[in-house]
Ligand binder design. Structure first.
Ligand code: DHB
Ligand code: FE
Length: 283
């Protein structure tokens, strides 16, 4: 039986990639942000995952507005990154685990999730910026499963549905006969809005409610809201918090909040990282 060691919610702003390239770790603007990642990296080094399942949203690279799957799961042995126009370049391809992906897909489909399956899938900043942040030196044998959740082309799946997808994926991991240690990431957020009259909108009060709820397992505080309500509370891109809910769903019951950092602003966002360790997992 594979084991979920825990989850990490994290920002994915493209500007982070350029800050990494230019090593701006001690820059006064960036330091309060990068300093928040040391404890998350230390936790990862401690729990040594073999597989990272990443709930993220594609931003127009692999999928565009003409054909946008609600949920799409990578089922490849290799994923190449690309840049849909931010000028942030690319990173080394990621190794996938197609057999594990198909097990997750088959199990979640049996639980009534109608998934798009991708045997080829380009991954954008929503996937690879968190990976670059959390693993400056990527472990050589790390495998990944990208899971795209639509956050850009409405209507979106409800927050409750995204959390339920996470639950189904978590159950699927726990029924996989291998002995892999699995970490689950939720990418994006927290509050931000990039366009329109409310461009630059942030909501620290609601962000704190979300972080507290994710830690305490009281996510109904978030999932009680409709997507339009979440857009109102968190901003039109702050709705990316549904990726964090999917991550939290996969972790199951109680978790221990190992670390949290919250910093405003990074680019247009309220930036956050939160490490949630699963119960009863040894390092
Ligand atoms: C920014 C935030 C995002 O979530 C994103 O996908 C792209 C850009 C930003 O704040 O710059
Ligand atoms: Fe985004």
């Amino acid at each position: 039986m594979a084991t979920i060691v825990g989850g990490i919610g994290t920002s994915h702003v493209p500007a982070i990639a350029n800050a990494i390239t230019n090593k701006l770790y001690d820059d006064p603007y960036w330091a309060p942000f990068f300093d928040g990642y040391g404890p998350a990296r230390a936790w990862l080094a401690d729990v040594r995952p073999d597989v990272a399942i990443v709930f993220y949203n594609d931003h127009g690279l692999n999928f565009f507005l003409d054909a946008m799957p609600t949920f799409a799961v990578g089922a490849a042995d290799r994923y190449e990154s690309d840049d849909e126009g931010w000028g942030i370049g690319t990173v080394e391809p990621f190794a996938g685990d197609a057999a594990l992906s198909w097990h997750l897909i088959e199990t979640a489909m049996a639980a009534d999730f109608d998934l798009t399956t991708c045997q080829e899938m380009l991954i954008d900043h929503g996937f690879w910026v968190p990976m670059a942040l959390l693993w400056p030196e990527r472990p050589a044998d790390l495998k990944v499963v990208p899971i795209h959740v639509n956050t850009v082309q409405h209507p979106l799946a409800s927050a409750a549905r995204c959390e339920a997808l996470g639950v189904a994926i978590g159950d699927a991991v726990r029924s996989w006969p291998g002995d892999e240690r699995v970490v689950v990431f939720g990418s994006g957020g927290l509050s931000h809005q990039l366009e329109g009259r409310r461009a630059g909108f942030l909501n620290p009060d609601f962000d704190r409610v979300c972080l507290d709820a994710l830690a305490a397992g009281t996510t109904a505080t978030i999932t009680k809201h409709t997507i339009p309500e979440l857009v109102d509370l968190a901003g039109s891109q702050g709705v990316e918090v549904i990726n964090w809910l999917a991550m939290r769903g996969a972790l199951g019951g109680d978790v221990t909040e190992v670390h949290r950092n919250y910093h405003i602003p990074i680019s247009n966002t309220a930036a956050a990282v939160q490490v949630l360790a699963a119960s009863n997992v040894s390092s």
